[in-house]
Design a binder for this molecule. Structure first.
Ligand SMILES: Nc1nc2c(c(=O)[nH]1)N(C=O)[C@@H](CNc1ccc(C(=O)N[C@@H](CCC(=O)O)C(=O)O)cc1)CN2
Ligand SMILES: Nc1ncnc2c1ncn2[C@@H]1O[C@H](COP(=O)(O)OP(=O)(O)OP(=O)(O)O)[C@@H](O)[C@H]1O
Length: 228
């Protein structure tokens, strides 16, 4: 080969435009065809992952929830050693999500302030209402029970239930985009919790997807972002 990089072999240098990432010039630009493909793929993955999760026995689910609670405690020792007075949002389990209410109750006993997410307005960030065992509940959006109070809190920690996840810290949820909108608005310590078997090679992160700080399954911590 003659010349530097073989440039002398061609009448004009080869065009490398095809090697430029499509989002190089505008980081928020999305190819509409690609966005549609990813949305369709995610819908199919959600259905499959949810069908597998619902097939677990009650005993299996309880074991998983207990193991996740222990792994969460281990993570908090590192990330938030003193939980007293800290607002920690969990979730009211739906669609066979691991039931972490006992863990939230134990946090309450340790002096933390548990909270639950609420969709007060469609296509908007979630708001967080205080919760404690036995708190009065009402039906919220999607029939999810939410605390019957108008009080709202700013969480220090937010648990994000995972339908699917990948090892880069990205979450597949129910397709409403609520957690992404919430994390775009403020930056609590966001911890994904879900089943080890819900791991995907990638969720094909899009510009609106925000990586979580950590991902916890019944097998322990699967991803943890570098600590600030
Ligand atoms: N237990 C629990 N509570 C939670 C959440 C969660 O994931 N788990 N959320 C976590 O965010 C929020 C509710 N998330 C929701 C996500 C999607 C839709 C929804 O309407 N989904 C549409 C599909 C949307 C689409 O594909 O465009 C549907 O199923 O019809 C509703 C609520 C707040 N509370
Ligand atoms: N920050 C944002 N601003 C505006 N729209 C957003 C934002 N984040 C997500 N969305 C919209 O929400 C839609 C669903 O997103 P995605 O598939 O990531 O949902 P999800 O994370 O699975 O849902 P959820 O968090 O509700 O469980 C996206 O197509 C996008 O249009």
């Amino acid at each position: 080969m003659s010349g530097r990089d073989g440039a002398g072999d061609f009448a004009s240098p080869p065009c490398l435009a095809s090697q430029i990432a499509p989002d190089y010039f505008d980081p928020l630009a999305v190819d509409p065809q690609q966005a549609t493909d990813v949305a369709r793929w995610r819908k199919a993955q959600r259905e499959e992952l949810l069908a597998r999760r619902v097939a677990l026995s009650v005993a299996e689910r309880q074991e998983i929830a207990t193991a996740i609670g222990k792994a969460l405690d281990a993570l908090l020792v590192q990330r938030l050693p003193d939980v007293r007075g800290r607002v920690i949002s969990g979730y009211w389990p739906i669609r066979s999500e691991p039931d972490l209410r006992p863990w939230l109750a134990s946090l309450h006993e340790r002096g933390a302030i548990p909270a639950l997410p609420v969709v007060e307005r469609r296509a908007s960030p979630l708001v967080f209402r205080p919760w404690r065992p036995g708190a009065a509940m009402e039906r919220g959006h999607w029939n999810i029970p939410v605390p019957a109070t108008t009080e709202t809190l700013v969480p220090d920690v937010v648990l994000a239930p995972l339908v699917g996840w990948d090892a880069a810290g990205y979450r597949l949820g129910y397709g409403g985009g609520y957690f992404d909108r919430t994390l775009a608005a403020r930056q609590p310590l966001a911890i994904g919790v879900g089943l080890q078997s819900a791991r995907l090679a990638t969720i094909y992160p899009q510009p609106h997807d925000i990586a979580l700080a950590a991902i916890i399954t019944e097998c322990g911590c699967q991803y943890s972002s570098p600590q600030p």
